[in-house]
Design a binder for this molecule. Structure first.
Ligand SMILES: C[S@@+](CC[C@H](N)C(=O)[O-])C[C@H]1O[C@@H](n2cnc3c(N)ncnc32)[C@H](O)[C@@H]1O
Length: 459
């Protein structure tokens, strides 16, 4: 396939022209997605975001909706969130109940805590620390209401339109938007060949690297956009465009792919940094293994959702570039847990009320243990935030305020910013010496040349 479609694959992976970059970000600006900002080349390290107006210290600069993202598989044990906007859903009781239920099965967060593998005393402790099965069930089915949770009401759970168990939503509009944007291609609800193939793909991703699931969403996003564009063209121009990969269809595919094309630079196996436990002499072998892993994942995905009209998307180079885009852009998806707010609220109640509330919730607090309020965590690609360059003396930061309860990226001014200034973030903890900063930035594939680094660079 790589040979048959080599020209199209090369066109797909060519860096977008300055004109196409300008047009794309102008269209985002015009649709209100980045008011007061302007994306253009800064003449030093590619795209950059500039202030189109003055910002005050602490002012909100940007609320960026992700283009594609997913919760980490291991994190699904810790929190139930909307699969589209990543808000916590259900109720405080259901969030706690589900976590304890899974704990009782020996599944806890990012590790399988198989009871058989624990020492006898640990196993006994795990079991006696947990509330009874009946109590956990009544949390889950809504029979048990904990005190003051009405002040932390969460949206009711809406199911996937086709009824799969995997995805849940905070509203019908999120369920519909997810279906239209990604999920109609990735739903495993039916019992057909495609669903079984998808389940195999997901199983492989869960066992190896769940970044493949985000990459599959990027491909589904592009195919569904392509089909939508084509539907409107067929309506206008007749049926000549149906069923093949010709030049007219390919230009629609390029258009559908545009948002993703703005983000990638290198293939995953080229840009992934060498883990500490891999000897530099084994680098080539390591990179080959990573490429092979991506190839296995891609074959499984092809079995499930291959579309001949979008064939170049299923090349290993395109798949590797999409994954590389997540690798190089430090764009974590994080949403704070409302359970933390709930427990803080209880802790700050007047003594008598607190005592009464604790009588009802202490068993659960103890059973949840130290990491009682794990946030929703995942990987996402944000179209504007991903254009913000790094500085070791940044003028902005990614920061969720109390009201930011979903998966948007939030950027706040650290100091007053004037019109025309570049908006910069720190990708790392910048309060460390020069050498340490450069070592951390090596993971992002560059040596920093911000004003502070230029000043502190040893001569
Ligand atoms: C999140 S992207 C930022 C947008 C990027 N300039 C672009 O054109 O898409 C991160 C990449 O930008 C470049 N970059 C960001 N900050 C930099 C800095 N301070 N010095 C050198 N390169 C930087 C590096 O290539 C890095 O991998």
């Amino acid at each position: 396939m790589e040979k048959e479609y080599s020209d199209q694959i090369a066109a797909l992976l060519a860096p977008p022209s300055p004109q196409s970059i300008q047009e794309y970000y102008k269209s985002l600006n015009e649709s209100g997605k980045c008011d007061g900002l302007c994306v253009r080349d800064n003449g030093k390290h590619g795209k950059a975001v500039f202030a189109g107006r003055d910002f005050k210290e602490e002012e909100l600069i940007l609320k960026d909706r992700m283009l594609v993202g997913a919760q980490h598989t291991s994190n699904k044990v810790d929190c139930i969130v909307c699969s589209y906007c990543f808000r916590f859903i259900g109720s405080i009781e259901a969030q706690i109940g589900r976590r304890l239920y899974l704990q009782s099965l020996g599944i806890c967060g990012d590790k399988e805590c198989d009871k058989e593998h624990h020492s006898h005393s640990t196993k006994e402790k795990m079991e006696c620390d947990l509330p009874s099965k009946e109590m956990i069930e009544s949390l889950l089915n809504g029979d048990l209401t904990l005190p003051f949770t009405d002040r932390f009401a969460l949206p009711e759970v809406v199911s996937c339109p086709a009824g799969c168990e995997e995805e849940k939503y905070c509203s019908q509009s999120c369920a519909d938007a997810d279906w239209e944007t990604y999920h109609s291609l990735l739903c495993t609800s039916s019992n057909n060949k495609q669903s079984l193939a998808l389940l195999k793909f997901i199983e492989h991703a869960n066992e190896t690297n769940d970044i493949f699931i985000v990459a599959a969403k990027a491909i589904a996003f592009t195919i569904l956009r392509y089909r939508k564009l084509k539907k409107s063209q067929v309506k206008d121009k007749g049926k000549g465009l149906l069923g093949k990969m010709d030049s007219a269809n390919f230009s629609l595919l390029l258009e559908a792919w545009k948002p993703i094309s703005m983000g990638f630079k290198q293939r995953w196996w080229e840009c992934i940094s060498l883990p500490d436990d891999v000897d530099p002499s084994e680098e080539l072998q390591f990179r080959t293994e990573i490429r092979d892993l991506a190839s296995t994942s891609l074959e499984l995905l092809k079995d499930a959702i291959f579309d001949i009209e979008c064939a170049p998307l299923f090349s290993l180079d395109a798949y590797g570039s999409i994954i590389g885009m997540f690798e190089l852009n430090n764009l974590d998806l994080v949403v704070a847990s409302p359970i933390e707010d709930y427990f803080i609220y209880i802790d700050e109640l007047p003594d008598k009320e607190k005592e009464e509330a604790l009588l009802a919730i202490q068993t659960f607090v103890d059973a949840l243990g130290d990491d009682y309020s794990v946030p929703c965590q995942g990987t996402a690609f944000f179209p504007i935030q991903s254009c913000m360059n790094h500085s070791c003396c940044p003028n902005a930061k990614a920061f969720k305020r109390d009201q930011d309860i979903d998966g948007h990226a939030i950027i706040i001014a650290l100091r007053p910013i004037s019109t025309g200034e570049e908006i910069t973030l720190s990708y790392i903890d910048e309060d460390v010496p020069y050498d340490e900063r450069q070592a951390m930035l090596a993971d992002y594939g560059f040596t920093c040349a911000c004003p502070r680094c230029l000043e502190e660079r040893p001569s």
